[in-house]
Ligand binder design. Structure first.
Ligand SMILES: [Zn+2]
Ligand SMILES: [Zn+2]
Length: 182
């Protein structure tokens, strides 16, 4: 801490991607090219050509792989998995300024597909998180009916809900009602 803007951005993309999966308890929100296009637009993922069915199936598979990193607790497994992901991805670090963003590093190869782009940039961000010993900040929501994942940026790593306004608020109301009942 504090994390660089690129790191925070990449982790927010991982979290959003994983949370589109029904594995996190909600509806599948990455079912067609329209939803994949929305995802690309939402995160201003640059250098992506026209998207096709292959992009959709590859990104859906990557989403499940990223979900595993939130549930694996031992670092040896995470290290092996991240090395496998990075070794299968073409990585070309280069400095860039585009679309009004300050100078930052892109890791994906210049002609990368969406899946390669995400594997490279998000894989590198996760590798740095592991190296910096901040892996425990990748969490799953504590609400019993929600398995959304989140990245805990709080100073004392105290966050337990994916969203304080929804799950956090809901759980506080439930706790309040339970106290009133006794
Ligand atoms: Zn960029
Ligand atoms: Zn939640």
């Amino acid at each position: 801490m504090p994390f660089g803007h690129d790191m925070v951005h990449s982790l927010a993309v991982v979290v959003d991607l994983v949370n589109t999966s029904p594995s996190t308890g909600g509806e599948d929100r990455l079912t067609d090219l329209q939803e994949l296009g929305d995802f690309v637009e939402r995160w201003q993922i640059s250098g992506i050509g026209e998207l096709g069915a292959a992009d959709l199936s590859q990104v859906r598979a990557l989403r499940e792989a990223f979900h595993r990193v939130f549930t694996v607790s031992d670092h040896a497994t995470t290290t092996t998995w991240l090395n496998a992901l990075l070794s299968e991805t073409r990585i070309t670090p280069r400095l860039t300024e585009h679309d009004g963003h300050p100078l930052h590093v892109h890791y994906f190869a210049p002609d990368a597909s969406l899946h390669e782009h995400l594997s490279a940039d998000l894989g590198v961000a996760l590798a740095h998180l592991l190296v910096e010993n901040e892996w425990e900040r990748l969490r799953t929501c504590s609400a019993p009916d929600c398995d959304n994942v989140f990245f805990d940026e709080s100073r004392n790593r105290s966050r337990v809900y994916c969203d304080s306004r929804t799950c956090g608020n809901r759980m506080h109301v439930a706790a309040y009602r339970a106290r009133r009942r006794v």
